[in-house]
Write a new protein. Structure first.
Length: 85
């Protein structure tokens, strides 16, 4: 049986946010965008699902292109191959 890996992908994206954020406090990121430090923390700690608009706000706060948040070490081609078997 094929297994969906949404939780694994979400975890990798959360780790990517933390990696890009580095030592910058969530409050400093939140000051630069239209979301709260608590929401940014929840996303980067994989505590909540969020809307696309939240990812855009986090990218804005980090001053990066939103695609960078999704630049994770995950083989989507292999994943899709396994799903389609």
């Amino acid at each position: 049986m094929n297994e969906f890996k949404t939780d694994e992908i979400k975890k990798l994206i959360a780790e990517k946010i933390k990696e890009i954020k580095g030592d910058t406090p969530y409050t400093k990121i939140a000051e630069k965008c239209n979301t709260t430090a608590a929401r940014i923390s929840d996303v980067s700690n994989n505590k909540i699902d969020c809307q696309l608009s939240t990812f855009i706000e986090i990218a804005t706060g980090l001053r990066i292109h939103p695609r960078e948040l999704f630049d994770i070490a995950f083989d989507f081609k292999e994943y899709y191959y396994e799903l389609d078997k």
